[in-house]
Design a protein around this ligand. Structure first.
Ligand code: TTP
Length: 190
């Protein structure tokens, strides 16, 4: 069937989550510079990146299809934590996240030739205290490397999560309630 939309993402999680919605989609790659601008607020950062991913995807497709982009970051005391760059970086991040709550922000953007739609999901996640021995073993599993904040709530790190307040799918990388709402808005305006 002809796709309604393109997903500008290399993330297998986003692909699996979008497949749970009644929408036909195709994939497009969109590499962008993910550097944080000086003084940029976390919400502005994730929103800008989601929009830039969608725009980069739309450019590749010559704006023939609406394109969806998303970005997820872990925020601790206004500090933006991306993916761990090394084991040391991972240990440092998880020691900071241990035994307290943090925020996970996921922005979603859909761009088409005529319009730009955006949503922001914010979730508070509480992690229990984590020992260095547990963290060493978790790093060895390979799971943390491609995840913002260095953990995957949907994977082995599930046992570290005491509670969440917000959107589970938002933490995994694509808040489905908000995303479906944007797709419905797009359809209404077509
Ligand atoms: C906190 C958390 C993040 N993540 C993932 C979601 C995102 O894929 C990733 C954050 O990186 P992003 O830069 O948002 O996305 P990405 O590089 O994986 O994919 P894209 O091609 O769309 O840019 O962290 C989890 O899978 N589980 C979690 O619990």
């Amino acid at each position: 069937m002809y796709p309604d939309i393109a997903l500008a993402s290399a993330s297998p999680r986003r692909r699996e989550l979008l497949a749970q919605l009644p929408v036909n989609f195709t994939l497009v790659s969109a590499e962008i510079d993910e550097s944080v601008l000086t003084g940029e607020e976390p919400a502005s950062y994730v929103s800008r990146l989601a929009l830039q991913k969608a725009q980069a995807g739309a450019n590749k497709l010559n704006w023939q299809l609406p394109v969806l982009g998303a970005d997820t970051s872990v925020i601790l005391d206004k500090q933006i934590l991306g993916k761990p760059e090394s084991k040391d970086h991972f240990m440092q991040m998880l020691r900071q996240l241990s035994g307290r709550s943090h925020q996970v922000l996921t922005a979603v953007a859909i761009v088409s030739a005529g319009q730009q739609l955006q949503a922001l999901s914010s979730t508070e996640v509480w992690l229990r205290p984590l020992s260095d021995t547990e963290l060493e073993a978790y790093w060895q599993s390979g799971e943390p490397a491609d995840k913002a904040g260095g953990y995957g709530i949907q994977g082995l790190a599930a046992r570290f999560v005491e509670k969440i307040h917000g959107s589970y799918t938002g933490v995994v990388g694509l808040p489905l309630c908000e995303t479906e709402r944007l797709i419905q808005q797009l359809r209404r305006s077509a």
